[in-house]
Design a protein around this ligand. Sequence first.
Ligand code: ASC
Length: 149
Amino acid sequence: MFRNAVIFSLLLSLAGTSWADERAQKTIDARQGLLKVVAQYFGPIVGMAKGQIPYDAALIEKNAGKVAQLAPMIPDMFAMDTSASGLPTEAKADIWADYDDFSAKAATTAERAEALVAATAEGRGATMKAFGALGSSCKSCHDSYRQKN
Ligand code: ASC
């Protein structure tokens, strides 16, 4: 009887672990997908800044607008602390140790993406300056909270 109870509770804890892992994997997939979408919109702007593709203010305006919409989703997708899961991720546990700072950095990115949208009306110089500010806010968050595997 006792033995059955032990086996039963062992099975329950195994099932509980895999259920938690499944939820952690789903949220890791979602946040990686979100950041890949951000990079897909940001990429052409980087290409223009590097002179690899022709400057196109309308495309920058459109893509920066998408980044501004996507950036506020970053704290949402990182709401679940997956640091104990042991699953492969580049997210540092520091995200959840200082989630307010992490969220503030995402908010800055959204604001700078909006500023880039506005700058497209002011010419190429202003646009590239605003692009630089946006890129440095991406980098600032990655420097603090991403470990490159
Ligand atoms: C990108 C990309 C990043 C950022 C970062 C900006 O296109 O994939 O991670 O820009 O390099 O500094």
